[in-house]
Ligand binder design. Structure first.
Ligand code: GLA
Length: 582
């Protein structure tokens, strides 16, 4: 018997009436050194539960390799900390998680198969899912409520109704969980209009929405005449795309809707309580009419800011929750200390293209291979060939680029092609026969919603110059996972380059990396990959969690893809997520 059961209009936990007041916080978007702090703040706001997805792509980066459960992926430890804080957990293991996460959490090695029918009962997909669950679930079983752990409910898939009606697939997942000893309550979640397509008879249906509370609860009730009403994702903010404004939602407006939900007797999971950060190469993308990658920050205008400080919603939500349930009679959390503003001089450089061509072992092919064909999951690929004829003409990338290509002739930049703008053609002047053509392609994040999940990255077809296909390519994968021993110089280099500087810290504290004058690239501190920066915005600072820093000397490394008007970076005490989207 699961710990959490349902009645005609509510939940029972261990037989006692219970209302889920939950907040979303993804362990994989928060430095593990800060999990305990954020969980305590969740309890202090009045939450009795936290919710997290599980990103399959990070836990199982290789189909046959080890299953990763350490560092920021140590989910068992996260669950232990949640329990220690007295919080219950809603677990959403996917396999698809959406979540503005690279590929919606589906591993690139799986989606690389062009014939596989993702998120369906296709055995090529369900066999892989079952292997994932074989690896994921045994270490989690001690954390299930049945064994005295915090996990009281487990979600089956994620908004499947928006993707395609496939009851056989949902049934398969249900069985896969049950047959691997998951006894807890299972539920599906869907946007109200998709409830019929995404529900599994006999499994609790929940809804996802951010407003029109009465109307949406009405739709859920009409679909499911009996059982608890639950908003499994109550959207109180939103995410950002590069090149747009920063999304915010008024705290009083969100709090009023939370009050409506709780007054209606519904259970809720606030999405997000704490959004965190898309560190490294983990962000996803939307791809509807145009490709739109998600920013590094996943602040989400949530109750806790990206750096874990209580924002206006934190206080407003606590007040609302206190009207409906007891909240801890303890002082609320204060903002964390910040590092004093610091300037970092980036005095050493290493040019990327020669380094990549020398050190990243190429795969030779007649036509360019995609990143998937190269077995690459994320990062950059450098493609190199020669152009046999000289003169003015058009370089045409017949399949387009995934997702952004910088083009060089004999090392000189001649243009950029962006999937966001549907670019495929570049006018160029080839100075001499045998000119070296370099194309540096960035994977900006895999689509996480809709039918384009798993679309390939890199160069997506043959490249022609004035209609003639260019042949004989060296494809150099650059996942940038091994950047410890770069051959730095102190002379100025031109073009894509690593830039290094060091700075002193007396006492580690949160800080924000600001890069005025820099264009686009990646940033690491002490080897921790903070993520992408881009002067296109909206975000202008990158969050640096305190546990990344150490007392004494710290290292800042940038990969700048274009150029900088400055040789300095700044660590500031205030985040700048950019102008607000109107
Ligand atoms: C949907 C998905 C979530 C997330 C939100 C938007 O509801 O289920 O994973 O993508 O949208 O933030």
């Amino acid at each position: 018997m699961p710990a959490l059961t349902t009645t005609s209009d509510g939940f029972l936990l261990h037989g006692e009436p219970f209302r889920i007041i939950s907040g979303a916080m993804h362990y994989f978007r928060v430095h593990p050194g800060q999990w305990a702090d954020r969980l305590r703040k969740a309890r202090l706001m009045g939450l009795n539960t936290v919710e997290t997805y599980v990103p399959w792509n990070l836990h199982q980066p290789d189909p046959d390799g080890p299953f990763v459960l350490d560092g920021i992926l140590d989910l068992p430890h996260y669950l232990t900390l949640a329990r220690a804080e007295g919080l219950h957990v809603l677990l959403r293991p996917g396999p698809f998680i959406c979540a503005e996460w690279d590929g919606g959490g589906l591993p690139a090695w799986l989606t690389a198969d062009p014939d596989i029918r993702l998120r369906s009962a296709d055995p090529r997909f369900t066999d892989a899912v079952d292997r994932y669950l074989d690896l994921l679930l045994p270490p989690l079983l001690p954390h299930m409520a049945a064994s005295g752990g915090p996990v009281i409910a487990v979600q089956v898939e994620n908004e499947q109704g928006a993707y395609g009606e496939d009851t056989a697939y949902l049934k398969h997942l249900h069985h896969s969980l049950r047959s691997r000893d998951v006894e807890e309550l299972l539920f599906t979640c869907d946007q109200p209009a998709d409830l019929a397509a995404g529900s599994l008879p006999g499994t609790l249906a929940t809804a996802t929405f951010g407003s029109k509370v009465d109307q949406n609860l009405g739709l859920l009730r009409a679909h499911q005449p009996e059982g608890p009403l639950m908003c499994a994702e109550f959207w109180i903010g939103w995410f950002d795309h590069w090149g747009e404004g920063h999304h915010v939602r008024d705290a009083a407006d969100a709090a009023a809707d939370l009050d409506r939900l709780l007054s209606a007797g519904a259970s809720v999971n606030i999405y997000m309580f704490h959004g965190g950060t898309n560190f490294g190469f983990t962000n996803g993308a939307n791809h509807d009419h145009a490709y739109a990658p998600i920013t590094t920050s996943y602040d989400y205008d949530a109750a806790l800011t990206e750096s874990g400080d209580p924002g206006p919603k934190y206080h407003a939500f606590r007040e609302v929750i206190a009207r409906h349930a007891p909240v801890p009679d303890e002082p609320g959390p204060a903002p964390s200390p910040k590092l004093p503003p610091t300037v970092v001089e980036l005095g050493r450089q290493a040019a990327l293209l020669p380094l990549a061509a020398r050190t990243a072992k190429p795969v030779h092919a007649e036509s360019p291979l995609t990143m998937e064909e190269l077995g690459q999951r994320s990062g950059y690929t450098l493609y190199r060939t020669t152009v046999p004829t000289a003169g003015d003409g058009l370089l045409h990338f017949t399949g387009g680029v995934g997702d952004r290509a910088q083009v060089f002739l004999d090392g000189a930049p001649v243009g950029v092609l962006e999937r966001e703008r549907h670019d495929e053609t570049l006018p160029v002047r080839v100075p001499r026969p045998g000119t070296t053509l370099d194309v540096l392609v960035e994977n900006m994040g895999g689509a996480n919603y809709g039918p384009r999940i798993g679309e390939p990255k890199g160069l997506l077809g043959p490249v022609t110059f004035n209609g003639e296909a260019l042949r004989g390519w060296d494809c150099h994968p650059l996942p940038l996972t091994d950047i410890d021993d770069l051959p730095f110089e102190t002379t100025t280099v031109v073009g894509p380059a690593f830039h290094h500087g060091s700075f002193e810290v007396a006492e580690p504290a949160d800080t924000f990396l600001s890069l005025p004058g820099w264009t686009k690239g990646q940033a690491w501190i002490n080897g921790f990959h903070l993520g992408r920066y881009w002067n296109r915005g909206p975000q202008r600072t990158l969050y640096v969690p305190a546990p990344v820093l150490r007392p004494g000397v710290n290292d800042l490394l940038l990969l700048e893809l274009h150029a900088s008007t400055s040789t300095r970076a700044q660590l500031t005490d205030t985040p700048d997520l950019g102008p607000v989207q109107r």
